[in-house]
Design a protein around this ligand. Structure first.
Ligand SMILES: [Zn+2]
Length: 229
């Protein structure tokens, strides 16, 4: 037995344990702090797929009926599907081409699929008979399903009896135009724009820089990129 060895040793051990626990506690606090900071504040950085406050669209026809923006997680890129399962092959092909064109937009991908994936953002694209006698040659329409100013669904109707008489260029321009509405764009004033209220066989079906800038005004853009090449 060594009377001097007990209490001091125990004391050191206890101090050792206490000091160790303090370090563990400090590490735990730092870890928790890092986890909290790492997840970050939920408010995303403006400009990273978040519309800049007050961002205005260019060249818009103020008389056109408004379109809503798709619900999406702020700061996240997102996909809008276009379901073409019931379409004749000619028009399913145009929707596929249109999806490729609109996907040049930052922050959103447009993807043509046969059926709307469950629970995803999706516009149906259906073939329909034109409503003759209503005084127009409307060859397509887009109708959003919106709630509280946010889009959760959409239907594009392609009046194929009219479109069948148009050139591939003209019909593609119509499809791209209606897909633009589905994504949240309104009509442009520029008569050469695919988003002008009137398109025809001579319309360039390619959305231009203003269209992509307008989508950026709605959905923002990644901080490190503009329009995808
Ligand atoms: Zn239109």
């Amino acid at each position: 037995m060594t009377p001097d060895a007990g209490p001091p040793a125990g004391g050191r051990r206890r101090r050792g344990w206490a000091a160790g626990a303090g370090v563990v506690f400090a590490v735990a606090v730092v870890a928790v702090f890092l986890v909290v900071v790492g997840r970050g504040p939920q408010a995303p950085v403006s400009g990273e797929c978040v519309a800049e406050p007050g961002a205005e669209q260019q060249d818009v026809d103020v008389d056109d009926s408004p379109e809503a923006a798709w619900e999406h997680e702020p700061g996240q890129e997102f996909t809008v599907y276009f379901a073409t399962g019931g379409l004749p092959a000619r028009y399913a092909g145009f929707v596929g081409q249109g999806a490729g064109l609109w996907s040049h937009s930052p922050c959103l991908q447009a993807v043509a699929v046969a059926e709307c994936p469950e629970g995803e953002r999706c516009s149906e694209v259906v073939a329909a008979e034109s409503r003759r006698g209503r005084g127009g040659s409307t060859d397509g329409e887009s109708q959003g399903r919106d709630r509280g100013g946010v889009r959760y669904g959409n239907t594009i109707r392609l009046y194929t009896d009219v479109l069948d008489r148009e050139s591939d260029n003209g019909a593609l321009a119509t499809v791209v135009h209606e897909m633009g509405h589905a994504l949240g764009l309104v009509h442009r004033n520029d008569r050469g724009s695919v988003m002008n209220a009137v398109t025809d066989d001579n319309t360039d079906p390619m959305p231009d820089a203003v269209d992509f800038a307008n989508l950026t005004a709605i959905y923002g853009a990644p901080a490190d990129s503009a329009v995808r090449p």
